[in-house]
Design a binder for this molecule. Structure first.
Ligand SMILES: Cc1cc2nc3c(=O)[nH]c(=O)nc-3n(C[C@H](O)[C@H](O)[C@H](O)COP(=O)(O)OP(=O)(O)OC[C@H]3O[C@@H](n4cnc5c(N)ncnc54)[C@H](O)[C@@H]3O)c2cc1C
Length: 477
């Protein structure tokens, strides 16, 4: 008789891998099925939203949740965190108010202190006094005259390097520097894949597409679900659907009708001239979907810079945000977007949209005009449960007994969802109650930086990106 697993997880994006690793940590046998050849290979991410400062429109409560969840994930995957700050500005053309951001930041700095009081290991964003710094025009004028620092160590040095390049006459003052860091998906994927392959409690099956799930709960067998793949049927007690924007496809095989949104987005990779010193990530806020949508410039190693521009002809797409129809669970993109996702992009589209992205940055950073195409874009679709397109903290739902559906919107929510599922499978008596919980994951901790470096580089190259995208700008021990 084939093996029965406690838990079957479909989809090894950031959510699926964290669920599998947390279950494995407590000795819970699971099988993780992923259709691609490596894990964390779908929707990209680059920013650790440790405070939600890229979102002026969300509530302070949501910002706190993003901060807490980001800290938890950074503790699990420290080798994926790039410790460079983020420059937050509002162009004079925009209606956002700097004072509102400042007020929210003051609350967040206090909240960060509380998190550190609860556990000193939460201090991963530097000291709470330096969580954010505010720069007036007068201070910026002084910093602009100071020499560039090759590898900045202090907030003032980071701001000095940035302000020499940015045309700050176009920006409202003050300008903010906040300790929201970079987040490297190749490094997170590498650490997770190595740990999963090492774990005795997780059976990771790559290149394995799930075609359907069969509900056998009513048959009183020793298992509740049959997961069908091309060559096998896997028997599991508890089912987890972490298929990202394809979550609805599994729901449909289970006859569930669910309202959800999915959104296709892309970030562009450019190469710029070598500059004298490292710069923070640069944010120029603006209203999403308008020609002045937010611009985000994310520095990588070896003069690569990734760009998001929240305009319809850069990161966003015509009909890129769609909703499931009343008789469906899985929304369907139009053929143009489907083609981009399934067979890749035409060279002329890559060149055109990357140039649009470069032009957006050039508005605020005149010397960026010389930037050129760096590589193919990073792209993917994001799922949003329900009908609110500005929701930024997703969640888990339990539509049937013994079935969990993970729908995270930001990668930082992955551990929260894993813990909710862990609680639920105890409540449902799939496993006996866990006596002592532990925030450390020893399997993940056993993977060395050198192993991560090697696999992360391999993953970047395998997926058609420069190896530099797998490295941190600020190397860690
Ligand atoms: C352009 C862009 C930029 C983003 N930037 C950030 C950011 O900076 N910070 C941040 O926190 N978040 C960011 N996000 C959001 C982030 O990417 C997602 O929240 C996160 O990746 C979702 O993870 P997931 O595991 O739920 O889904 P996914 O990453 O989509 O993983 C789902 C997995 O399931 C697999 N799968 C699907 N169907 C099947 C099947 N039938 N059988 C087997 N396997 C299957 C897929 O191959 C995939 O590997 C961004 C999203 C986009 C699109």
């Amino acid at each position: 008789m084939s093996k029965i697993y406690n838990v079957g997880i479909i989809g090894a994006g950031v959510s699926g891998v964290v669920i599998a690793l947390e279950l494995a940590k407590y000795g819970i046998e699971n099988i993780l099925l992923e259709k691609e050849e490596s894990v964390v290979n779908s929707s990209p991410f680059c920013h650790l939203h440790a405070g939600g400062n890229l979102y002026p429109d969300i509530s302070t409560e949501e910002c706190k949740i993003l901060m807490k969840q980001s800290i938890e994930m950074a503790r699990l995957f420290p080798q994926s965190i790039d410790q460079r700050p983020t420059f937050i500005s509002i162009p004079k053309s925009e209606t956002y108010n700097i004072k509102d951001l400042q007020d929210r930041l003051a609350v967040l700095a206090d909240y960060y202190k509380t998190l550190i009081k609860e556990d000193p290991k939460n201090e991963i964003l530097g000291s709470p006094e330096n969580y954010y710094n505010i720069y007036t025009k007068k201070e910026l004028n002084i910093l602009a005259e100071l020499p560039t620092v090759e590898v900045p160590k202090t907030a003032n040095q980071w701001m000095t390097n940035a302000i020499k390049l940015v045309d700050y006459t176009q920006l409202k003052t003050p300008i903010i520097l906040v300790q929201e860091y970079g987040w490297n998906l190749f490094r997170l994927g590498a650490q997770a894949q190595l740990a999963l392959q090492k774990s005795a409690n997780c059976n990771l099956k790559l290149n394995t597409n799930v075609s359907k799930v069969e509900d056998v709960r009513h048959l009183n067998l020793d298992y509740n679900w049959k997961i069908h793949t091309k060559n096998d049927i896997h028997k599991v007690n508890y089912l987890v659907n972490s298929c990202g924007f394809k979550t609805g496809e599994i729901d449909e095989t289970l006859n569930l009708k669910v309202k959800r949104l999915i959104e296709f987005k892309a970030a562009y990779v450019s190469k710029w001239q070598p500059i004298n010193g490292l710069i923070p990530e640069l944010i120029f806020h603006g209203k999403r979907g308008t020609p002045n949508g937010m611009v985000q410039l994310t520095p990588y190693c070896n003069d690569y810079y990734q760009i998001h521009g929240m305009t319809k002809d850069t990161t966003l797409f015509e009909n890129g945000l769609i909703q499931s129809k009343s008789n469906q669970s899985q929304p369907e993109f139009n053929n143009t977007i489907k083609k981009k996702m399934e067979t890749g992009w035409k060279d002329k589209d890559i060149a055109h949209r990357t140039q649009n992205a470069i032009n957006l940055v050039t508005k605020f950073l005149p010397t960026f005009k010389s930037a050129t195409l760096g590589s193919a874009p990073l792209f993917g679709a994001q799922q949003i449960p329900g009908e609110n397109p500005i929701l930024r903290v997703g969640e888990v739902s339990f539509p049937y007994k013994f079935y969990a559906r993970s729908e995270i919107i930001k990668a930082s929510s992955a551990l929260t969802v894993a813990n909710q599922i862990l609680n639920k499978i105890q409540e449902d008596f799939i496993i006996p109650a866990i006596k002592t919980t532990n925030s450390k994951n020893v399997i993940l901790d056993s993977i060395s930086k050198y192993e991560i470096n090697a696999l992360a580089s391999k993953l970047a190259i395998q997926r058609g990106y420069p190896e530099a995208l797998a490295k941190l700008v600020i190397d860690r021990d």
